[in-house]
Design a protein around this ligand. Structure first.
Ligand code: 6MZ
Length: 349
């Protein structure tokens, strides 16, 4: 039922929402990062981390200096499990009904990339078992463009192995993500790997798109026809026009605070997706990207949108529901349950 008496930003907090673009390491809360930094074994990175955290993230490059530090703070499966639970609890508190959490499997001091991914999947599975009527969680596996293509190939093999040997965990993987520092690595080197993932593993792909100006790469990505893209914030009119005309339309994951804090857009009123795609009802979903390091939340992201692009409750509800159509999970029963939960909260009985 519509909650009368609440203004729309308050109402957005209480309605069930969908999160499709959340990086695990970037979603770790600053307070958790600070707590982990106090461990004696992290004394060598304390100073670097504090100086980065002190002024907040102000550019993409700064963000990309922080990620390896967060990675060092999560060297073993015990810490990783704790982090997964923390992050999922944070999203559940925001009334997230469905989340696709993404992460890059990596070797660390005490864990192989395969153990890393299994631990994340186990954490997600445990979370859902402990909250059977709560948030539905699925996982996207990230391929990082600033690592080598060999690493990317290994990750694809790991996913294949887990899906064969541990279908209970592998079934939680619903797609791949292409991310990493957009100033490094080239899409064309990774495209064959992602094409293979799509055809041989049957998994859809979401690609970080137009985070920096690179029209050639944007056109290559659009030719690949990813099932979704993230960001779409710095591009020429030519690329924007192509994106707007592409059939079927490619859903866009919009991460407003991230785009602002990394200086990808000078003001939200100039955001190309909000100015050009939103008015034409292009499929989009509001997401957090890195809720921890950007100190934001899913409700806050809707709040940002509504501050500069005011909408009625009906339109806001349509936007929130529309995000569900972009989800990669193909389990119809699960998705019907999420849809029902969202509809019930948004529509009069
Ligand atoms: C591109 C990003 C990103 O995988 O260790 N990542 N890639 N653009 C962004 N916008 C700011 N934010 C995060 O989470 C951290 C990793 O996600 C990617 C980067 O590759 C980063 O190392 P995981 O859980």
């Amino acid at each position: 039922m519509l909650r009368e008496g609440l203004d729309i930003p308050q109402w957005v907090k209480v309605i069930p929402k969908v999160e499709l673009h959340a990086h695990l390491s970037g979603s770790v809360r600053l307070r958790t990062i600070r707590k982990l930094l106090q461990k004696p074994e992290n004394v060598s990175i304390l100073q670097d981390a504090e100086s980065l955290l002190e002024g907040g993230i102000k550019s993409l490059e700064q963000g990309f200096r922080l990620f390896p530090i967060i990675h060092q703070l999560i060297p073993d499966s015990e810490t990783l499990r704790m982090v997964v639970q923390d992050v999922l609890n944070d999203f559940a508190e925001e009334n997230t009904a469905y989340i696709e959490l993404r992460t890059t499997p990596r070797d660390s001091r005490n864990m192989s990339a395969e153990e890393y991914l299994k631990t994340v999947l186990q954490g997600v599975s445990e979370y859902m078992s402990a909250h059977p009527t709560g948030m539905v969680c699925r996982v996207l596996v990230s391929i990082c463009r600033h690592q080598s293509t060999e690493v990317a190939r290994d990750i694809a093999h790991i996913v294949e192995r887990i899906r064969t040997l541990r279908p209970d965990l592998g079934g939680l993987i619903v797609g791949f993500d292409f991310s990493g520092n957009p100033n490094r690595g080239q899409w064309e080197d990774f495209e064959p790997i992602l094409r293979k993932v799509r055809t041989e593993l049957g998994l859809p792909i979401t690609v970080h798109f137009a985070e920096v100006l690179n029209d050639k790469e944007c056109m290559q990505i659009l030719n690949f026809k990813p099932e979704r893209i993230g960001h779409a914030v710095i591009m020429s009119d030519l690329v924007l026009e192509r994106l707007m005309k592409q059939e079927p339309p490619i859903g866009v994951e919009v991460c407003l605070t991230s785009n602002m804090l990394t200086n990808s857009v000078s003001h939200l009123t100039e955001h190309p997706v909000l100015n050009h795609l939103l008015p034409g009802n292009h499929p989009i979903c509001i997401c957090t990207d890195d809720a921890g390091i950007f100190d934001t939340s899913l409700s806050e992201e809707y709040g940002q949108l509504l501050r500069y692009f005011p909408m009625s409750r009906d339109d806001t509800a349509r936007l929130a529901m529309g995000a569900l159509d972009l989800a990669f999970c193909e389990d119809e029963n699960v998705m019907a349950t999420v849809r029902k939960r969202m509809m019930k909260a948004m529509k009069p009985p």
